[in-house]
Design a protein around this ligand. Sequence first.
Ligand SMILES: Cc1ncc(COP(=O)(O)O)c(C=O)c1O
Length: 360
Amino acid sequence: MLGRGAVQSDYMHWAKYQRPVRYSLSSSDVTHFRLDRLPLTIADLDLDGASHFRYAPLRHAIAERYGVKPEMVVTANGTSMANFLAMATLISPGDEVFFERPAYEPMLASARFLGAEVRWVERHANAGYRLNIDQLEAEASNHTKLIALTNPHNPSGALTGEDDLLAIGAIAERCGAHVLVDEVYLDSAVPPRPTSALLGPQFVVTNSLTKVYGLSGLRCGWILAEPGLAERIWRLNDLFGVNQPHQSETLSCFAFEHLDEISAGTFERLARNRTLFNEFVGTRGDLLCMAAEHGVTAFPCWARGDTEPLDALLRSKYDTSIVPGRWFDMPDHFRVSMGGETDMVKEALSRLGAALDDLK
Ligand SMILES: Cc1ncc(COP(=O)(O)O)c(C=O)c1O
């Protein structure tokens, strides 16, 4: 894991430089959507169109979809930049930030880069990866500036329900802190849940069209925050660029108009793939994992320990990939993603079974 002040995400670097495999259980995007399936022509992508500052049509589309005021929406380059901008606005060096553990490493690395003093709020496997709110209640204080989590949780897929979110919001309010909720997987909760941006001004939410809609290439990300904070985030964004790419903004508006078509079949596929995964785990005495119910990912524990050799064998012999648990500081676990086509996921699970048998 990164030391304080390191200017890098070791996980992201690793993920980007792995040789692509045919049977991927490592990429947490759903199958990428091809825009040529929509009634769109090149003329719709006006190259010299006004690249309006804080492009209003996109802000309105996001606001309408998530039931917030447009003044609460800041657009950003994917959830990654949204997380960075939100934290850079809220954290000063030395500030105390509570992070869920296990955590999504690039988000944690951003907080450390910004000089946060990271403390942990645990998610234990034997508690279904539910956040330990009693611990947070006991340990958070007026030194705490931010509580950061993902919902559903990356890697386990655990969903934090409204009661727990409200309890966390109340702790943050008592401490004068904010709650950052990365909701990049939220639209794949079963059933869908409203954004926690609606729960109070202490909530700051990030999201994008990347994971659940298979539109990673658009880099359409956003932050939802109370208008005063949203304005501060926009102002910080001035350091990083003049405008977002206009074609991407135009396409993103188009995508919001066609979101039902874009996601047609995705939720059924995820449900099928989760069932396949749960059945697979049920056949394996060497894996322990709570049932996958929400989101795209799951995080089994392997009885034989370090999953790095498992990933290496999968890649070299089986053209298959997982994410070893070391990236979440839990080396005897591994992350499985289930957003791909069902036939591919089925074959990937069968190959995973063969590799696990090889290493018995
Ligand atoms: C929790 C979480 N946040 C953000 C991202 C990155 O999202 P984006 O591609 O929109 O930057 C990921 C990608 O794996 C993720 O798992």
